[in-house]
Design a protein around this ligand. Structure first.
Ligand SMILES: [Zn+2]
Ligand SMILES: [Zn+2]
Length: 329
């Protein structure tokens, strides 16, 4: 049975007892930011991005919406912009992007927009759409809602599924083995949300949006919002958005806590983008961690990330031949 976080605030005492936790900070909301114009500007960037995305897709011409590359280019632009911000207003010097980290992150961005996107479409969205057609399921009411309500529907549908899938990954060992590579990353950067074992990336991409009749522009808008929120929530940018944003959307503060060292410390703040779900379902934790990673903060190579779910099998085979595999939590 799944265990919930022991408390809503993890103190530095809790974390200092965990191997590899060099520092840990919990800052009251009022202490965020120094009050300078530059600080305020960077703190407002995530909500500004969200508003800009809504306006962009609300007024995008049909030729752009129907272009298969539109959502890909938008997503890449979001990653590139936020990645660039890391060089202008860094959060932690220990998370500074290196060529090696950048190359790995880029590999996973490409993997997500090719193999994972194809698998998600072929094995989830297309079959769901076929079921919807064959059963005559219609949700025409959704087509008559205001654009912002349609976008909100898409965001909630996707995030609700991702929340429970992610929570299940932290509560059941076979699923955790697919998700653990994402927690082995030892620094946070703009593209780190894409990094993970391919099985996990596929599972976390599943949603029931295909069962609903909503305009393509609203779907793309919802995906872009989730993308920008998640990107900022993984980025090494000193940006602490105001309370009205942080109440609904996941921030780097809350998500860095989810990435903190020690398996039990990760069992809160599951929502990739809509932290409101953690508040509703009792898994919200306040705080921030600048030290991230698992298993003594061992950074995994791409090969190790791919093979991680099979470690019990590899360890068993290795034991027969006198070799050991990676440690399994
Ligand atoms: Zn997780
Ligand atoms: Zn993450």
């Amino acid at each position: 049975m799944e265990r919930l976080p022991a408390c809503n605030t993890i103190s530095s005492d809790d974390v200092s007892s965990v191997a590899g936790a060099a520092s840990f900070t919990v800052k009251p909301e009022a202490e965020q930011g120094s009050g300078t114009l530059r600080t305020h500007f960077f703190n407002l960037l995530p909500p500004i991005f969200v508003v800009a995305i809504v306006v962009f897709w609300a007024y995008a011409p049909p030729s752009l919406v129907n272009n298969a590359w539109a959502i890909v280019v938008t997503s890449v632009l979001i990653s590139a912009l936020v990645q660039a911000l890391e060089f202008i207003h860094e959060r932690h010097s220990g998370w500074r992007i290196t060529t090696h980290e950048f190359a790995t992150d880029l590999f996973y961005v490409i993997l997500s927009f090719t193999v994972i996107a194809w698998a998600s479409s072929a094995f989830a969205d297309d079959p769901l759409h076929a079921v919807k057609q064959s059963l005559g399921i219609t949700t025409q009411w959704a087509m008559h809602m205001p654009f912002v309500a349609q976008v909100a529907l898409v965001v909630v549908l996707i995030e609700f599924g991702q929340y429970w899938m992610h929570r299940a990954m932290h509560g059941w060992t076979p699923l955790w083995l697919t998700h653990a590579p994402h927690h082995h990353i030892t620094q946070l950067n703009a593209m780190k949300g894409y990094v993970g074992n391919p099985v996990e990336l596929f599972l976390i991409s599943l949603s029931v949006v295909a069962l609903f009749d909503v305009p393509l522009a609203a779907v793309f808008c919802g995906l872009s919002i989730l993308n920008v929120v998640s990107t900022f929530a993984h980025a090494n940018v000193r940006s602490d958005p105001p309370g009205f944003y942080a109440f609904f959307f996941t921030t780097i503060r809350n998500h860095s806590l989810h990435h903190s060292v020690g398996y039990e410390n990760t069992r809160c703040n599951y929502a990739n983008s809509l932290i409101l779900l953690d508040r509703i379902f009792g898994t919200y934790c306040e705080g921030e961690s600048d030290i991230v990673g698992q298993d003594a903060r061992k950074r995994l190579s791409i090969g190790e990330q791919f093979l991680f779910p099979f470690q019990p099998l590899i360890a068993r085979i290795g034991a027969r031949h006198g070799k050991t595999g990676l440690p399994v939590p």
